[in-house]
Ligand binder design. Structure first.
Ligand code: ATP
Ligand code: MG
Length: 605
């Protein structure tokens, strides 16, 4: 067949691979937005979304799509019919899982509580010498472990300040210690950033700049501010302690250059040479006593393999990178304070531009550790399930446990940039999260450590339970017989002759307790304020459900072997529909995120 048939309609092959990808990405983006608006519209209209309204909302938000109304309308038809095929409760689950923020703000808007500032958290104080459009900040994590809530403080402050001044925020992996970095940690940081809703303007690696570091190393030697030292570690430590110089310090520039080149061309053994700053061996700030700026590390680098064997320390790479990246305001936690002098002296010696340094207190959290090294130990020793074990303060663990990104942001911003050390409790973080979850979490009955309850004269009733006390999240009806499960702890507390209420059903009086069965009789339906209330599950409809309850990771700074409890329980039939990843409230038990089918993790009470 001839290839010259020019009148053929345009087929996909007429587009480049990139163009097709771009079109598909756009298609997907439109579908996601339509899905969000369809779900929200359904929520506001008793479960039925209106296609016209959904498309209208998209167009109002995205003027760039106005020329494409035909395409949008086509996608909207299928999205809206899919959403309208779900029942109300499934729609709420989908919203909560996929667009928790939108669900929450919709509810808030409806309640006319949309105080904008609650979204933003506390206002940050102005930065010194900051001009609109010119501020550049950065966050330099080392990819030697997973991101934890402490890093979040540095990352949120950096990105908020960049936003506040319409500037730029750079995420730069501080990856110049190949013996500690791992490829998976880069990806994990990027995923956690995305989940937290922090969008860097650029993502870079310090290791991209190795050749430039080497050029600056030679420059430092040339200006007499660095030398190659072959003292052993012990010797170095000893002389540092005494404030005494070693003989290598007085080598000539050419000698140093020669030794340095031997170092980088692998003619020197791993522990035979380091590259040191020519500081002040008598300085009261011991950081200035000729710190090591480059060392030989033989391990392969996760991104660069064996290309280099001489690696800069953070003391060197940090200031050089900040300067080259155009960082105007470098922020870091206060424990680096003593290193500031070195930071600026390196830049001065290299005649590089100096950013402003801003310090904030390192975040601590009670009963846990915010050190990747310690966390890694727990993971490697298998004391915990992995980096996302719900007991840990890593972002992946907090997400898995049911914390919302916005709660973490509000928690961080509520503490501001102060340099004052504080050690907030989990309660504070939980209180932000609870406020956000309460309006969006569906309610279910879960009975931990179940005990059987038999009602002698049980009426046959149909009980209707709403998925949310205030919101229109739908409801379910339960045919109630005479056998139930109630929580073991409550069963222990019930005394013969006392009364209790099965929530939303009726009141009972305890008649007998034996062999782990509680026997009771029906005594009416009227609500009585003081009566203890019990959640319940009908015996026939119960299905097994476990709940993992994370507790304090550390007690007196030691690993707490009882930090994770697992309780067996039963849940009501409707709970079968809770999807993995969905956050619900188990009445009288707490907020839980469904981890895998049949296993929930308690977020908090
Ligand atoms: P870790 O012991 O967790 O490795 P680190 O400070 O060495 O701590 P990095 O990955 O080097 O971890 O940290 C990147 C940035 O995050 C640093 O600028 C540091 O100031 C900041 N940071 C780390 N932990 C905290 C914390 N608990 N509170 C505030 N900022 C922190
Ligand atoms: Mg570090």
């Amino acid at each position: 067949m001839s290839k010259e048939t020019t009148n053929e309609p345009v087929t996909l092959s007429a587009f480049t691979h990139q163009e097709i990808q771009k079109m598909m990405a756009k298609e997907e983006e439109i579908a996601i937005l339509l899905r969000k608006y369809a779900l929200l519209n359904a929520l506001a209209h008793d479960g039925k979304a209106d296609k016209g309204a959904v498309v209208g909302r998209l167009m109002a938000e995205r003027s760039d799509l106005r020329g494409e109304s035909k395409r949008v309308s086509g996608i909207a038809s299928s999205v809206v019919s899919e959403i309208n095929g779900l029942d109300q409760s499934q729609q709420v689950s989908a919203l909560q899982q996929e667009f928790p923020e939108s669900l929450r703000s919709e509810i808030q808007r409806k309640k006319e509580q949309s105080k904008k500032d609650s979204e933003k958290g506390a206002e940050l104080p102005e930065l010194e010498d900051a001009r609109i459009g010119e501020v550049v900040t950065r966050f330099p994590p080392e990819p030697n472990g997973f991101m934890h809530i402490g890093h979040t403080k540095a990352a949120i402050l950096g990105s908020e300040y960049a936003k506040m001044y319409s500037g730029k925020f750079i995420m730069r992996f501080d990856d110049t210690n190949p013996s500690a970095e791992k490829r998976e940690y880069y990806g994990a940081f990027i995923d956690d950033f995305a989940w937290l809703g922090i969008t860097p303007d650029a993502i870079r690696n310090s290791s991209d700049d190795m050749d430039r570091f080497y050029v600056f190393a030679e420059k430092l030697i040339a200006v007499g501010k660095a030398y190659v030292c072959s003292c052993s570690q012990e010797k170095m430590r000893e002389l540092r302690g005494k404030g005494e110089e070693c003989k290598h310090r007085s080598q000539s520039v050419s000698e140093n250059l020669n030794l340095w080149r031997k170092m980088i061309s692998r003619q020197v053994g791993k522990s035979d040479a380091t590259f040191r700053f020519h500081g002040d061996m008598k300085s009261l700030n011991t950081t200035m006593r000729d710190p090591v700026l480059f060392r030989i590390i033989d391990d392969p680098h996760p991104l660069l393999g064996n290309k280099y064997s001489v690696w800069p320390t953070y003391d060197f790479a940090g200031p050089v990178e900040d300067s080259l990246d155009g960082v105007t305001h470098a922020m870091r936690s206060k424990e680096y304070e003593l290193r500031d002098q070195l930071y600026f002296e390196i830049l001065k010696s290299l005649e590089l531009r100096e950013p402003k340094m801003i310090e904030f207190s390192r975040l601590k959290l009670q009963n846990t550790t915010l050190s990747k090294r310690n966390l890694k130990k727990f993971v490697e020793e298998k004391l915990v399930e992995g980096w996302d074990d719900p007991r840990l303060p890593t972002i992946s663990a907090l997400r898995r446990r049911g914390f919302l990104a916005l709660a973490i942001r509000q928690f961080i911003l509520s503490m501001g940039v102060s340099k004052v050390e504080s050690e907030p409790t989990w309660d504070l973080l939980e209180s932000f999260n609870r406020k956000l979850l309460d309006p969006i979490a569906k309610r279910y009955f879960f009975v931990p450590n179940p005990v059987k309850l038999k009602i002698a004269n049980a009426p046959k009733v149909k009980v209707t339970l709403k998925y949310h006390p205030d919101e229109n999240f739908g409801e379910r009806s339960i045919d109630v017989g005479d056998s139930f499960f109630i929580p073991g702890d409550d069963a222990d507390d019930l005394r013969i002759g006392s009364n209790a209420r099965l929530i939303e059903a009726y009141n009972i009086q305890i008649a007998e307790k034996n062999n782990s069965v509680v026997k009771a009789k029906y005594i009416g339906e009227e609500r009585v304020a003081e009566m203890p209330k019990l959640q319940w599950v009908c015996e026939e409809a119960a299905f097994p459900m476990k709940a993992k309850i994370p507790g304090p990771l550390l007690i007196n700074d030691q690993f707490n072997p009882d930090s994770l409890r697992v309780v067996d329980g039963v849940a009501e039939s409707a709970a079968r529909q809770i999807q993995s990843g969905e956050i619900v409230q188990f009445v009288r038990f707490g907020f839980c995120r469904m981890d895998t089918p049949g296993i929930a993790i308690r977020t908090h009470s």
